[in-house]
Design a protein around this ligand. Structure first.
Ligand code: HEM
Length: 328
């Protein structure tokens, strides 16, 4: 059984990273060299100043009283690199922290506190139901309704999106890990937690003009960072016994203890075509000592799908550079 599981092709019905990536390509088209999801984005460079507050819960060096360099990427969902920035209400921020001992912490966060589904199969079903129809370019409403009926756990996500109109900028958006992780302290005890980054800039709604401009969020970001850095506080929310760590559709109650772990400062934006985020796979299971994945089944599925997407897009990039006679 182990052999069949490892090889995949002997178990064609198993939901593989290949099947998930093929489904993205059917929904959004194939765009060589780009991420198969969150294809449109921009690289950012900055740092994180830890303050020691999270050190009793996690022995990760990043939470000490020190500065850690960060490479990040703001993006919008979907596999189309030419989509309008505001076509989808969700935005993302991915970060790679490089710790003093060379370890890395990579995280990919979205601007909603919960996810639309809580299993890889649910995500696959959502991709299938969202497939654009050839005539309209829009999903079949009946298929979408059938998906929502079969996945009542998606209601919390839809209600949150309805109640929270998108903000005017990447820099006044809060981003959430959504998935839970285990913080591991110096004594080896683990603490179930989620994190988010909370913007220093106040919420303002997106204007109709910005909503209509295809690259408004990217242009706004580049303009803002040219005048000075943007900042977020990194907050850890600690679970209490009974809070599920394996259900990304369920927020934990608001009264759970939170730790202000430090400040994220982003200083510079660089295009993704030649910026330092291009060749990073923001796999959320790449974690330093002191942070471990929870038993959330989405994490392993994300890791597999991101690896497949990374393998495709980096080999396509290399082929393009070789055709142009350049070094990649
Ligand atoms: C089973 C569920 C999921 C699947 C199959 C999936 C799939 C993908 C894929 C294929 C990519 C492109 C990766 C690359 O080429 O580097 C991606 C990017 C991304 N995903 Fe997911 N995703 C899932 C769930 C989530 C969740 C729950 C979140 C939010 C917490 C999330 C946040 C992101 C972000 C932030 C990026 C962009 C990373 C970057 O800027 O490079 N995804 N996703």
């Amino acid at each position: 059984a182990g052999y069949a599981y490892a090889t995949g092709w002997l178990t064609p019905d198993r939901l593989t990273p290949q099947a998930i990536i093929a489904s993205f390509q059917t929904d959004f088209g194939r765009h060589d060299g780009y991420r198969r999801n969150h294809a449109k984005g921009v690289c950012v460079i900055g740092h994180f100043d830890g303050n020691g507050n999270a050190s009793p819960y996690s022995r990760a060096l990043v939470f000490g009283n020190l500065r850690t360099p960060v490479i990040g990427r703001f993006a919008v969902p979907g596999g189309n690199p030419s989509v309008a920035d505001t076509a989808n209400p969700v935005r993302s921020l991915a970060l790679q922290f490089t710790l003093p001992n060379g370890e890395q912490w990579r995280t990919g966060m979205n601007s909603t506190p919960v996810f639309v589904v809580n299993t890889p199969q649910g995500f696959y079903d959502n991709l299938q139901a969202s497939r654009p129809l050839p005539g309209t370019g829009k999903p079949d409403p009946a298929k979408l309704q059938a998906f929502f009926d079969a996945h009542p756990e998606s209601a919390a996500f839809r209600q949150w999106v309805k109640a929270h109109p998108p903000s005017s900028s990447f820099t006044n958006t809060r981003f959430y890990s959504i998935n839970a992780f285990e913080l591991v302290d110096r004594n080896g005890n683990s603490h179930l937690a989620r994190w988010s980054v909370i913007p220093q800039a106040a919420y303002a709604p997106l204007t109709p003009e910005a909503k209509a401009a295809p690259d408004s969020l990217q242009h706004d970001l580049i303009d803002q960072l040219s005048h000075g850095p943007a900042r977020w506080r990194l907050q850890l929310q600690l679970a209490q016994p009974g809070d599920p760590g394996n259900d990304a559709t369920k927020a934990w109650p608001e009264d759970r203890p939170v730790i202000d772990a430090g400040t994220l400062t982003l200083e510079r934006a660089v295009t993704q075509d030649d910026g330092p985020c291009r060749d990073i796979n923001f796999d959320p299971t790449i974690l330093p000592q002191g942070i471990r994945p929870s038993d959330d089944p989405l994490l392993a599925a994300r890791s597999g799908a991101y690896a497949r997407s990374y393998q495709l897009r980096t080999s396509e990039q290399a082929a393009r550079h070789a055709a142009q006679g350049e070094q990649p």
